[in-house]
Design a protein around this ligand. Sequence first.
Ligand SMILES: Cc1cc2nc3c(=O)[nH]c(=O)nc-3n(C[C@H](O)[C@H](O)[C@H](O)COP(=O)(O)O)c2cc1C
Length: 213
Amino acid sequence: MRFDTDAFPANQIYKLLTATVVPRPIAWVSTRSASDVANLAPFSFFNVMGDEPPILAVGINRGARGMKDTARNIIDTGAFVVNLVPFDLAQAMNLTAIDAPPGVSEFDLAGLTAAPAQHVTAPLLAESPVHFECVTHASLVTGPEQILAVGRILAVHVDDRFIKDAARGHVDSVALDLIGRGGGTAYLRGSDWFSMTRPTWAEHQAESANSGA
Ligand SMILES: Cc1cc2nc3c(=O)[nH]c(=O)nc-3n(C[C@H](O)[C@H](O)[C@H](O)COP(=O)(O)O)c2cc1C
């Protein structure tokens, strides 16, 4: 079946997109408003987009009251922090998706700790094992009160418990126990990992030559 996006209501397209692009990592984004309120909210339209310089992107849709606080704060301050979500913080993460009015800090609401970052005024979420401190590389308007926030990562923090080899940048991804989002109310917990080594052209040619011999 084909769904031409202009011919279907936006909420149906949203369901198609979020039920097919799975699992999605979750950026738990902390920002600080111009009036100094620490804000925290999850976003699964998220991924890393480059490594030299390191770049990530977060898609922030229009909320029921218009532009979401996170988008407003990123536009106003040019900075944000992406924190990642382990399984044991899933309930707290969900609570911070609440449609709280702008003056309310989701840190306080969920009993979470805002810690100072090194490079930006946006706070770190102390309970999270991984933080990316970002300045805004670009803030693209992609629709009415909808933006794509592209962040340049100035610092990556990883809890020492998960570092396997700091010099090589090796982290114990499995032990992080991060969750991903599916469609609707579905989430995934990554317990089913498997490995594959990437083939090289030279190996592929050698195998073809051997099988033909
Ligand atoms: C797991 C999860 C993922 C979400 N992903 C997105 C997203 O990618 N984009 C978006 O606009 N809202 C997303 N939301 C909804 C926002 O978190 C929610 O609208 C929140 O209230 C925004 O807060 P703010 O106004 O403080 O920025 C998500 C919610 C949850 C629970």
